[in-house]
Write a protein that binds this ligand. Sequence first.
Ligand code: GZL
Length: 333
Amino acid sequence: MTIAALCRCSIVLIVLCMLSACGSFAPSAARSATTQPTGSTKTYGDLVVGFAQIGAESEWRTANTRSLQETANRLGVELKFADGQQQQEKQIQAIRSFIAQRVDVIGISPVVETGWDAVFTEVQQAGIPLILLDRHASVPDSLFSAFIGSDFVQQGRYACQEMVKLLNSQGNIVVLEGTIGSAPTIDRRAGFDECLRDYPQIHVLDRQSGDFIRARGKEVMKALLATHGTRIDALFAQNDDMALGAIEAIEEYGSKPGVDIKIVSIDAVRSAFEAMIAGKLNATIECDPLLGPPFFDTALKLVNNQPIHKWVKSADNIYRQDTASQELPKRQY
Ligand code: GZL
C-alpha cells in the first residue's frame, strides 16, 4: 500500500473515531442525565441494599422498620436487614458484612453520633454509597451521600413552645431523655433548651435518660417523683414510649398525668393519641418514621448517578388533645 493510500486510510480512521465520539457528546447537563449508556440504568428490581437498623426499642422504631421492609417488598428491592439491638458494634459488624457482600447501597440509623469514621471510610473505599436514615452521625459530609430524617432541634423547640403554653410560662419541669449520645437526644435537648432561655420562670429540676424505652421511662419517672414529688409541674419526654411509661408511674404515685403533671412528648405514635384522648398526655410532636419511600428513591438515584439532596428532610406536625380524636383514625403508625 502506497504512503498516500496509508495516509488516506489514517485520515478516514481518525474522522470515523471523531464522529463516533461526537455521537456520545452532549451538553454537560444532559450528559449527567445520560452518563449511563442506555440499558445500564438500574431499576429497583436490580437493587441490593443493606440496612443496619438500631433495634426495636420503641413503637417509632417498629414503624420505621415496617416502612423499610414493606417498601422494599413493594418495589422489588433485595433488602438485607440487620437488627443492631441498640449496640453500635453490631451495627458496625453489619456494615462490614454488607461491604463483603458487595451490596449496591448501604443505609444505617446510627445508634449514637460518634465512633463511625473508620467503618464509614471502609464503605467509601469500597465505592458503595452510604445513606444515613433517621439519626445523624458526627462524621465529615464526605463520608455519606445523604441524610434522610427530621430536624430534631426543631422538634425540641416545638416541645418547649407547647410546654410554655401549658405552664403559662412558669413552673418546674423534669426531662426524660433518650439514648445518651444519640442525635435525637442531643438535638432535641439543644432545641428545647434554646427556647427555654426566653422563659426564666420555667426551671428544669432534673433530666435523666430513659433510653427511649417505655419500661425505663416508668422506672426513671418513679425515681424523679420520689426525689421531687409534687414540685414537678410538667414532664418533657423525648419520645412517646417513655412518656407512656411515665404516665404509669405518675398514676401509681397518686397524681393525674396530663392534669397535675402536664406532659409533652415526641414521635406522635398511635398510643400517644390514645393517651391524649384519655387526657393523660397534653401534646406530641410528630417525627415521621415512614422513611422507606425516600430511602429507596435516594438509593436508586445514587446508583444511577442522578442528583440527590444531601438532607431529605421530613415534615413534622404538632398534635394536641383537642384534635386527637379526629386525628387517630388517620394515623398510619
Ligand atoms: C427519632 C428516632 C427516635 C425516636 C424514638 O427519629 O431516632 O428513636 O424518637 C426512637 O422513639 O427510639
